[in-house]
Design a protein around this ligand. Structure first.
Ligand SMILES: C[S@@+](CC[C@H](N)C(=O)[O-])C[C@H]1O[C@@H](n2cnc3c(N)ncnc32)[C@H](O)[C@@H]1O
Length: 260
């Protein structure tokens, strides 16, 4: 399904927040919204809403889908250090592009990541990092298989794959079923996608759906396995009545394409 020759073909792109991302020729898409910005998007769509909602926990297990340039993982560590949070964090992050991860010690990251440079270097060399506060493990290989092997229960999922149109198998109802199976009963999931099909796939796996708004950012989605107060709730039953055409994405529709 994936083209090995194209996988290596990437170009550096400067985002509007002044941070660098890549454009993937394999997926025909940038790794981040160049308008929202790589670091800004990571912090505003994933890190801040998640760590705020889980601020009562002493330890968090995070599933970062997928590692890519590592912005979501690195922004999590940056945010925790900057705000002197005492929380311990264990991050699992699937990624099948080993060469990309191994090249990250030479990537031009923003100055905000200067204090975690040693962590970036360790991950680039060893595909893992551990100290008293942080443990990060890159799960090399196809995320569909890797997540089935995770034994820990997850508090937070950063759902940040390439778009549903370009990477459908990481957005189907069955994918969210497998994600849900390794989640704690109060887990939350953050994603840039606001599409009805994606929200339905989450809803059909017991997630409540909320709109997340941040400054200078397109709105995004927070999903939660328990009802949350103070967030803009979306009644998916009402959505289904109003939009009878909407349906979740299903593996069989894309596996068929792969085999045809
Ligand atoms: C949009 S990028 C992730 C950006 C990343 N979250 C960041 O902050 O830099 C998507 C990543 O998913 C990886 N990927 C796509 N399909 C995958 C799969 N089935 N299994 C593992 N990794 C996959 C790609 O190689 C790419 O690095």
């Amino acid at each position: 399904m994936y083209n090995e020759a194209l996988r290596t073909q990437k170009e550096i792109v400067l985002c509007e927040d002044g941070t660098n991302t890549l454009f993937s020729k394999e997926f025909d898409e940038p790794y981040h919204s160049t308008k929202d910005g790589a670091l800004h998007e990571s912090l505003e769509k994933h890190v801040k809403p998640s760590l705020t909602l889980k601020s009562d926990k002493e330890k968090l297990i995070i599933l970062d889908i997928c590692f890519g340039l590592g912005y979501n993982t690195f922004a999590t560590l940056y945010y925790i250090k900057k705000n002197n949070l005492k929380i311990r964090v264990h991050i699992f992050s699937p990624e099948f592009d080993e060469d990309l991860v191994r090249s990250l010690d030479t990537f031009d990251f923003p100055p905000e990541f200067e204090s975690i440079k040693h962590i970036i270097e360790a991950i680039s060399q060893n595909l893992r990092y551990e100290d008293e506060q942080f443990k990060i493990e890159i799960l090399l290989g196809d995320a569909r298989e890797s997540i089935l092997k995770i034994k820990e229960k997850i508090d937070i999922v950063y759902q940040d794959a390439f778009s549903p149109a370009h990477n459908p198998l990481l957005w189907t109802q069955e994918w969210f079923r497998d994600v849900r199976a390794i989640c704690k009963e109060d887990a939350i999931l953050t994603t840039y996608s606001t599409a009805a099909a994606i929200r339905l796939g989450l809803y059909e796996n017991d997630f409540y759906i909320f709109v997340h708004r941040a400054e200078m950012m397109r709105y995004s989605t927070v999903a939660s396995l328990e009802m949350l107060e103070g967030l803009e709730y979306i009644d998916m039953e009402l959505k289904k009545v109003r939009n009878t055409e909407a349906k979740s994405m299903r593996d069989e529709d894309y596996l068929k394409d792969m085999h045809s």
